[in-house]
Design a binder for this molecule. Structure first.
Ligand SMILES: Nc1ncnc2c1ncn2[C@@H]1O[C@H](COP(=O)(O)OP(=O)(O)OP(=O)(O)O)[C@@H](O)[C@H]1O
Ligand SMILES: [Mg+2]
Length: 258
């Protein structure tokens, strides 16, 4: 796809795409992100894992400013996150996000779901937006569903539409927060395969998932969080075969042996 080749050419400009420095976030007394330093390179696929409540979703949500931070800084492609207005809408388009729950617009068709942001935020004309939407829907394997409403699709199909919708904005980075954990088992792979392909195509991705097979095969790096901190990070092979921290060892023994 053209957007990916453009992203690759940008590598010369700066390798660092997403940079978090000393990020802190509280929910009341709860210190949910503690001095998070994280740099993600262009084209890198980072899988974030960790126990429930460790701050994985909050981390994702701060990167497209669905949550504000208390201190520290976050920048995307060399620019600090904007606070409001058009700049913020553009940031949200640059940072595609796919959540656990399928958050498609229920009263719009699949095609409209994928054209709306292109027209409103990217100012594409309707015809070009539709052409791009159809190409993306084909790419994620739901081209024949374009005129249906989300409720008429399976969970796996809806999640693939959500991916197509995010891709339609030509995002610089894609965030996935447990995109398969609300799916029936037989639909998990069809979504993971789309994500695998995206990773192979060079998309920069931050993925919160319990799918360790995906982490092993698609991730460049695994980031392990516990209690609001990044406890360790390593290449998947290294992390899964020789975790260093007791927290990671304990976590892996629970998720890999059942
Ligand atoms: N809006 C909020 N208000 C108050 N507390 C919150 C809010 N959102 C999250 N929390 C708390 O912050 C902590 C981190 O939550 P977060 O959802 O980031 O964890 P997580 O690692 O994604 O967990 P899970 O694996 O269960 O999805 C939890 O203790 C959670 O209860
Ligand atoms: Mg979460």
């Amino acid at each position: 796809m053209t957007e990916v080749s453009v992203a690759k050419e940008d590598v010369a400009a700066t390798a660092e795409l997403v940079v978090l420095k000393s990020v802190n976030k509280h929910f009341g007394a709860l210190h949910v992100l503690q001095d998070i330093d994280l740099t993600i390179a262009r084209g890198e696929v980072v899988v974030v894992i960790g126990p429930s409540g460790s701050g994985k979703s909050t981390l994702c949500r701060t990167i497209n400013r669905l949550e504000t931070i208390d201190s520290g800084s976050i920048s995307i492609d060399g620019r600090p996150l904007p606070h409001e207005g058009k700049e913020l809408a553009r940031l949200r388009a640059d940072v595609g996000m796919v959540f656990q729950s399928f958050n498609l617009f229920a009263h719009k068709t699949v095609l409209e779901n994928v054209t709306l942001g292109q027209i409103k935020v990217r100012k594409a004309d309707k015809k070009a937006a539709e052409e791009k939407a159809r190409a993306l829907l084909d790419r994620v394997g739901v081209g024949s569903q374009a005129d249906k409403y989300p409720a008429q699709l399976s969970g796996g199909q809806q999640q693939r539409v959500a991916i197509a919708r995010a891709l339609a904005m030509d995002p610089k980075v894609m965030l996935f927060d447990e995109p398969t954990s609300a799916l029936d088992p037989e639909m998990i792979n069809e979504v993971l395969e789309v994500m695998q392909q995206l990773a192979r195509d060079g998309m920069t991705m931050i993925v919160v998932t319990h799918e360790m097979g995906f982490a092993r095969s698609a991730a460049n790096r695994v980031v392990f969080m516990a209690d609001g901190r990044i406890v360790e990070q390593a290449a998947p092979d290294q992390f899964f075969s020789a975790p260093r921290s007791d927290r990671a060892k304990d976590f892996l023994s629970k998720i890999l042996h059942h």
